[in-house]
Design a protein around this ligand. Structure first.
Ligand code: HEM
Length: 431
C-alpha cells in the first residue's frame, strides 16, 4: 500500500482525531490565543524521547564508565555530539516553554471551571519535567553534575521531618555515589518518562473534553454562533508548521552550541562556585538570604500550595480567551512585572550590603531570616491584593493574575542573578 493511499491517509487522520476532536471552534486556530506553546512542549517531549533512546545505545550507567561513555559518544560516534546537544537543548527549552505555557494559562483565564483538573495535571507535568531534567543532569558524571546534585540533595536535608531520610533515599546512601547514579538513571529513563506519557495523554484528553482551548465568551451566545472548522487540515497544518520551525531551531542550535561537559566527577574537589542547575538557581539565591528551612522548604511549599489551590478559589480566573482580561489588566501586568523586578533586585542588593557590612549576620537565624521575612512576604501579598481589589477596584481574577506574575517575576530575577551574577563563593559579580 503506498503512503498516499486514501485508506492509510484516513487512518493517519483517524489517529490525529484521537488526540483532537473532529471539528474545533474557528477561534482556536488563532495563533495569538496560545502561541502554540503546548504544542511546542509536546514536540520537545517527542524529541527528548527519540534522542534519549539513541543516547542509551552508548551510555553506561556506572560511576566507572558513565563519563567515558559520554566522551566516546561525543568524539567517536557519528552524530553522537549532535544528538547529545539536541537532547540537552530540548530539555532546557522545555522548562522555559512549559513555564510560558503556564503563564499563558493564567493570562487567558484557562484554569477556571472545566479546566481545574487539567491545571493540576499541568502542575504535575511541570514537576515531572523538572525531575527529568534534574535526574538527567547527574548522568554524565562530570564535576558540574556531581556538585549540582550534591547541592540540591543537601537542600532536601533541610525539610523538617523526614528530610534526611528523603535525602538518603535519593542518594541511595549518605553520599553521592554508584547507588545515586543508578537511582537517577532508573528514574530518568523509565519511571519519569512512563508517568509523563500517561499524564500527557490525560492532559490532552481533558483539553478535548473541555471542548478545545478557552474561547471568548460572548454575552449572548445566540447572537454569535460558534463557527466550527474541520481539525484536519486546519489545526494540523498549523501545529505542524509551529512544530517544524521549532525542530529546525533546535537542530541548528545543537550544531552551533555544545552541551556542557566538565572534567570527570571528583568528590574531593568542589568547583567554585558550585551551582545548582539553572532552573533551581532561584531557590539557591533564596538560600543566600533566608534560613535554609524557609528557602528550601517552606517558601517553595507555600508557592506550590497556592498554585494547587488557586483554581478552586471562586472567581479567581480571568474572563476566558481574552489576554490579561482587559486593557486595564494588561497595564496592571506590565506595571506589576516592572515594579516586582526592580523591588526584588533592590532587596537582593540591600541584603547583600547588609551581609557584607556585618560578618555577624548569620543566614541561619530562624527569626530574622525565617519568620520575619515570611511574615513580611505574606503581609505584602495580602496588602497588594486588598490594594488592588478594594482600593483600585480591580476584580479578584485580575489581582490573582497580578500576584502570580509578581511571584514569577521575582523568581525569574533570582534565577537570572544566580545564573549570570554569582561568581566565586557565590559573591555578586558584574559581567
Ligand atoms: C510537559 C509539559 C506540558 C505539555 C506537553 C502540555 C501540553 C499542552 C497542550 C498541547 C495543550 C493544548 C494546546 C495549548 O494550550 O497550547 C495544553 C493545554 C493546557 N495546559 Fe498544558 N502542557 C504542559 C504543561 C502544563 C502546565 C505546567 C500547566 C499549568 C499548570 C498546564 C495547563 C494546561 C491547561 C489548563 C490547558 C488547557 C488550556 C485551554 O483550555 O485553553 N500544562 N497543554
Amino acid at each position: 500500500m503506498t503512503p498516499d493511499h486514501p485508506k492509510s491517509r484516513r487512518s493517519f487522520s483517524d489517529f490525529l482525531l484521537h488526540l483532537h476532536p473532529r471539528t474545533i471552534p474557528e477561534e482556536n486556530l488563532r495563533l495569538t490565543l496560545s502561541w502554540g506553546l503546548g504544542g511546542m512542549a509536546v514536540m520537545l517531549v517527542c524529541l527528548l524521547f527519540l534522542t534519549g533512546i539513541l543516547l542509551l545505545l552508548t551510555y553506561q550507567p556506572s560511576t566507572g564508565s558513565a563519563y567515558a561513555s559520554i566522551v566516546t559518544l561525543t568524539r567517536e560516534v557519528r552524530f553522537g555530539l549532535w544528538i547529545r546537544n539536541i537532547h540537552h537543548w530540548s530539555a532546557n527549552l522545555l522548562v522555559v516553554i512549559a513555564m510560558l505555557h503556564l503563564l499563558r494559562i493564567v493570562l487567558t483565564g484557562a484554569f477556571g471551571q472545566g479546566r481545574r483538573l487539567n491545571w493540576i495535571i499541568g502542575l504535575f507535568l511541570l514537576f515531572l519535567l523538572l525531575s527529568a531534567n534534574f535526574t538527567g543532569y547527574l548522568l554524565p558524571w562530570d564535576q558540574l553534575a556531581y556538585w549540582a546534585v550534591t547541592i540540591c540533595t543537601s537542600m532536601l536535608g533541610y525539610i523538617p521531618v523526614g528530610g534526611l531520610w528523603l535525602q538518603e533515599l535519593f542518594r541511595g546512601g549518605a553520599e553521592i555515589g554508584p547507588a545515586t547514579l543508578s537511582n537517577f538513571c532508573v528514574l530518568h529513563v523509565a519511571f519519569i518518562p512512563a508517568t509523563l506519557f500517561v499524564l500527557l495523554l490525560w492532559h490532552f484528553w481533558l483539553v478535548r473534553r473541555a471542548g478545545g482551548l478557552v474561547q471568548v465568551e460572548h454575552d449572548n451566545p445566540d447572537d454569535v454562533p460558534v463557527q466550527r472548522v474541520p481539525t484536519v487540515p486546519n489545526l494540523i497544518v498549523r501545529e505542524a508548521a509551529v512544530g517544524l520551525v521549532l525542530v529546525a531551531f533546535i537542530l541548528i542550535l545543537a550544531i552551533v552550541w555544545d552541551a556542557p561537559l566538565m572534567e570527570q566527577a571528583n568528590p574531593g574537589m568542589s568547583p567554585n562556585p558550585a551551582k545548582a542547575p539553572w532552573y533551581f538557581l532561584g531557590f539557591q539565591e533564596l538560600l543566600l538570604h533566608l534560613h535554609p528551612v524557609f528557602a528550601s522548604f517552606l517558601w517553595p511549599l507555600l508557592g506550590v500550595a497556592a498554585l494547587l489551590w488557586v483554581p478552586f478559589w471562586q472567581d479567581s480566573a480571568l474572563p476566558t480567551g481574552v489576554w490579561f482580561g482587559s486593557n486595564s489588566g494588561r497595564r496592571l501586568v506590565i506595571w506589576t512585572a516592572t515594579v516586582g523586578a526592580l523591588t526584588t533586585l533592590a532587596i537582593i542588593l540591600a541584603d547583600n550590603l547588609l551581609l557584607q557590612s556585618n560578618a555577624a549576620v548569620a543566614v541561619d537565624t530562624l527569626v530574622t531570616r525565617g519568620l520575619l521575612p515570611t511574615a513580611l512576604l505574606i503581609a505584602l501579598l495580602v496588602g497588594f491584593y486588598f490594594l488592588l481589589v478594594k482600593g483600585l477596584k480591580y476584580t479578584r481574577a485580575e489581582a490573582v493574575m497580578a500576584g502570580i506574575v509578581l511571584v514569577l517575576v521575582a523568581l525569574a530575577v533570582c534565577t537570572i542573578i544566580g545564573v549570570w551574577f554569582r561568581g566565586a563563593e557565590m559573591h555578586l559579580v558584574w559581567l
